[in-house]
Design a protein around this ligand. Structure first.
Ligand SMILES: [Zn+2]
Length: 263
């Protein structure tokens, strides 16, 4: 890496290399697509807030699942940390009560597609995977999500156009914890590894579940969060939801056409 690179450029290249290494077992096509379509180089995501901001975000993908999401909500409640959950529609169908609890407790609930298919996002036509998840999430929490994170972060130009026309903000990340890997990495180690990467405006990626799985018994993500939160606060940083960090709406206008007609 050229020494003339700025800190931000070095950070991006380090993250790309980390993605590349982490995805090596999944094959070269996945690595190449991820490099081209996902953070930090893929186009169109918002990967972090203002670097002068003293707030950062915890984000959790692929849930809700039992017991991991419930354990996490307990931990976040004890720590006083608002977070953002990117939920898979299929999983929300299994556990609408957990998605509702997350929203009720002040967390943002975003859309992470209906079935976590990467292929659907690559297709020139379609959009059911976005709309079906949106309906399921809205039924569960009573609000229509406007934050979206594509499965694997893959954002094709087609998918970007679909999401833009639906008024979604596409949220990426700039801190990648690799907590999805099995066997699980020790939570304390994950927290210590992530800590130097967490700076003002950071959006940190964790997983509270597994798409299309009804149970998720991993425990190290919750341990990592419990370890990371006080260390981040010691750096003078605080936690917020993605919508607060970016000053954007997490949800669409709640009025339905019927209610508007009656008004
Ligand atoms: Zn995912």
């Amino acid at each position: 890496m050229p020494s003339s690179f700025s800190g931000a450029q070095k950070r991006r290249w380090a993250m790309a290399k980390d993605n590349w290494d982490a995805l090596a077992p999944t094959g070269l096509p996945n690595q190449l697509m991820t490099l081209a379509l996902s953070p930090p180089f893929g186009g169109g995501h918002v990967n972090y807030g203002k670097r002068t901001d003293n707030r950062v975000c915890l984000t959790f993908d692929d849930g809700p699942n039992r017991p991991c999401t419930e354990d996490l909500l307990d931990a976040l409640g004890e720590l006083g940390v608002p977070a953002t959950f990117f939920c898979v529609g299929w999983n929300v169908q299994q556990y609408p009560d957990i998605a509702a609890r997350a929203a009720r407790e002040g967390h943002d609930v975003g859309n992470h597609s209906m079935s976590h298919s990467r292929k659907q996002g690559l297709m020139p036509l379609g959009g059911d995977h976005i709309d079906a998840a949106e309906r399921v999430i809205a039924d569960a929490i009573g609000k229509v999500p406007r934050l979206y994170r594509p499965p694997w972060g893959w954002l094709s130009p087609f998918e970007r156009a679909r999401l833009s026309s639906r008024r979604y903000t596409v949220v990426g990340w700039d801190v990648y914890t690799r907590d999805w890997k099995l066997p699980e990495t020790d939570g304390e180690l994950m927290a210590r590894t992530a800590l130097p990467q967490v700076i003002g405006g950071s959006i940190i990626l964790f997983h509270d579940g597994c798409a299309l799985a009804t149970t998720w018994t991993k425990t190290q993500t919750v341990r990592a969060v419990r370890a990371l939160v006080p260390m981040v606060r010691d750096k003078g940083l605080e936690f917020s939801t993605v919508s607060d960090l970016l000053s954007i709406p997490a949800y669409a206008e709640t009025q339905t056409p019927t209610l508007k007609a009656l008004a």
